[in-house]
Design a protein around this ligand. Structure first.
Ligand code: DQA
Length: 145
């Protein structure tokens, strides 16, 4: 059976391409989705790629992933820095979760240095631009073979 990895995106990531290109680059979320799908195809897993601006939706998708996926890569956007609910949802599921960020959050404003989800995830990838998504998929592929 084909393994599925969920890639979950939080608030404002639907604006990639138009949003602060000096920080996030010129790729759209659809471009990144296509990169993730082709990486999965080459390496033998399928990618279920989603985006929501709503915290509770991300919580629901984490729960859903527990039944349908072998792992989750999550760019929680600004909820990374605020969400106890995402921390708890990650701890509530049994599959590995990798936190990822396009930008190097540690080289940015102080409020981005703290992640509410980092202690609940398997590992964190940040600062590699859109390639952070592929790195997160590689890590999950390796963890779930
Ligand atoms: C981000 C970093 C967050 O601090 C920010 O709120 C985002 C994007 C990133 O991918 O670099 O929305 O998660």
């Amino acid at each position: 059976m084909t393994r599925t990895i969920f890639v979950l995106n939080g608030p404002n990531l639907n604006m990639l391409g138009k949003r602060e290109p000096g920080i996030y680059g010129g790729k759209t979320l659809a471009d990144i989705q296509a990169d993730c799908a082709s990486h999965g195809e080459i390496h033998g897993f399928s990618v279920d790629f989603r985006q929501s601006n709503h915290e509770g939706q991300l919580v629901d998708w984490l729960h859903e992933a527990n039944d349908k996926a072998v792992g989750v890569a999550i760019n929680a956007g600004a909820y990374t820095h605020t969400s106890v609910a995402l921390h708890d949802a990650i701890r509530a599921i049994s599959i590995p979760v990798v936190e990822l960020h396009i930008s190097n959050v540690h080289a940015r404003e102080e409020f981005r240095h703290k992640s509410m989800i980092a202690a609940a995830v398997k590992g964190v990838i940040c600062g590699f631009g859109p390639y952070s998504y592929v790195l997160a998929l590689q890590a999950l592929d390796n963890l779930t073979r």
